[in-house]
Design a protein around this ligand. Structure first.
Ligand code: ZN
Ligand code: ZN
Ligand code: ZN
Ligand code: ZN
Ligand code: ZN
Ligand code: ZN
Ligand code: ZN
Ligand code: ZN
Length: 435
């Protein structure tokens, strides 16, 4: 019999007993019920008990179905156990004398077969309803059911939007940050349009797509895949039709001719303008002129993806959105050229900026100069800072917004400040933009 049918049948039986009872009310003295009344009371409580059991079973069954649909959510429930197990195994491997094997923080204990592990470990919550109906629920089964129900009803805060969600609607990442489905999906989709977020990552670790894949439509998955191709292409060509301007995949390029599959415009891959014969490509002179102007304004071209990057802070070290690091002066891969690693003049300007930002009121000149000198020294020491370690919060509150020096957005609540190099960045950039 199907669960629902049995529940319906029992409920009906219960109603009949209750009806019977109300009809026989007052036909016997209180405290002295006839045997039939006692029997029917026993029967009633038996039915009630069984009905509760069936309802629990139904609930557990629908959870089991939900889990099969989203195996990932349940896999995460065991994350801490897996982590602990992995740590133990790693420690014992170390004792056995494999000290050089790298300690993994993400992939090896947390791969996509984790649901299978869960099943193998006997934690299966796939219920065989027919079997369960034939036999009394075993303790192990009841415990398991209670455990699953408990875990699924646990509430968690999303570390990004601070909203509270039930466990299955949150995703615990290998870095131990917990995202709600909405926030994680937004990160992946934002990363398709903003290379500084690509590949989607948290705490400097790329987030495997399978964490969100099930929640994405086929269009969304396609744009994630397209972004991957675009951002891994060096010297990209975009459609020269300004109304289109889509990225043209390498497979749509023949020689120096890029063919847009959307609007059929042809683009020259050398000068990025409309396609023309090789002989009259204005690429080199025009490009050189643009580069000279750009350079004067503090821009340099990324050697890897060829986009222009603006120089900021005092250092000659530039980091492109694509992750490439290069020298501001000559454009070479960072630390491969003999150029100075910072420019004294710009470094002092930056030191002044940092000192003034921290000062509560305008400083007397002597004090200002002393602090700027000190700060310039600190910046020289830390010009290669990658902002690792703890970034203390600077709380807002006096009606002044903080500007994130990475994404340029205004923040009112707080900003994070690197104690080494004094760069100030927002919490989102710390989580998702630092490499
Ligand atoms: Zn969220
Ligand atoms: Zn994280
Ligand atoms: Zn086009
Ligand atoms: Zn050209
Ligand atoms: Zn680049
Ligand atoms: Zn250089
Ligand atoms: Zn730093
Ligand atoms: Zn930011």
């Amino acid at each position: 019999m199907l669960l629902d049918d049995e529940i319906a049948a029992l409920s009906l039986q219960l109603m009949e007993i209750e009806l019977d009872e109300s009809e026989s009310k007052g036909k016997y003295a209180a405290g002295n019920p006839p045997d039939t009344k006692i029997a029917s009371d026993n029967f009633q409580s038996e039915i009630l008990g069984h009905l509760d059991f069936l309802k629990d079973l139904k609930m557990a069954h629908s959870i089991a179905c939900a889990v099969n649909v989203d195996a990932h959510a349940i896999a995460q429930l065991t994350e801490p156990e897996k982590r602990a197990r992995y740590d133990r195994e790693y420690a014992s491997r170390l004792q056995e004398g494999y000290p050089n094997e790298p300690y993994t923080t993400s992939s090896s204990y947390n791969d996509s077969d984790s649901f299978q592990d869960l099943v193998d470990e006997g934690n299966t919550i796939n219920l065989d309803v027919e079997d369960a109906l034939d036999t009394e629920p075993s303790n192990a089964y009841a415990d398991q059911q209670a455990k699953v129900l408990g875990e699924f009803s646990q509430m968690h805060e999303c570390d990004v939007c601070y909203e509270i969600y039930r466990a299955p609607f949150t995703i615990l990442l290998p870095c131990a940050d917990r995202y709600c489905i909405g926030c994680l999906k937004r990160l992946f989709l934002d990363a398709t349009a903003d290379e500084s977020l690509f590949p989607a990552r948290c705490c400097r670790q790329p987030i495997p797509l399978h964490y969100i894949q099930r929640q994405c439509s086929s269009d969304e998955l396609e744009s994630i895949q397209n972004a991957e191709i675009e951002f891994s292409t060096s010297d990209r060509t975009y459609c020269s039709n300004n109304d289109c301007a889509r990225f043209i995949k390498p497979m749509d390029i023949t020689g120096s001719q890029a063919n847009c599959p959307y609007c059929f415009t042809e683009t020259c891959t050398a000068c990025k303008a409309g396609f023309h014969e090789d002989t009259d490509c204005p690429a080199d002179p025009a490009l050189q002129a643009t580069l000279t102007v750009a350079n004067e304004q503090g821009w340099q071209r990324c050697y890897s993806c060829r986009t222009m990057v603006e120089l900021d802070h005092g250092c000659n070290h530039m980091t492109c959105k694509c992750g490439a690091e290069f020298c501001y002066i000559c454009g070479a891969n960072w630390k491969t050229c003999p150029c100075d690693q910072w420019n004294e003049e710009r470094l002092v300007v930056r030191a002044e900026e940092v000192v003034n930002r921290a000062a509560l009121r305008p400083l007397p000149e002597m004090e200002l100069n002393r602090r700027v000198e000190e700060m310039a020294d600190a910046l020289r020491q830390n010009h290669n800072c990658t902002h690792r370690g703890w970034l203390p919060r600077v709380e807002g509150g006096n009606g002044q917004a903080f500007r994130c020096e990475m994404c340029a957005r205004q923040h009112w609540r707080f900003i994070l400040r690197c104690p080494q190099c004094h760069v100030q960045i927002c919490a989102d950039c710390r989580r998702n933009r630092l490499r």
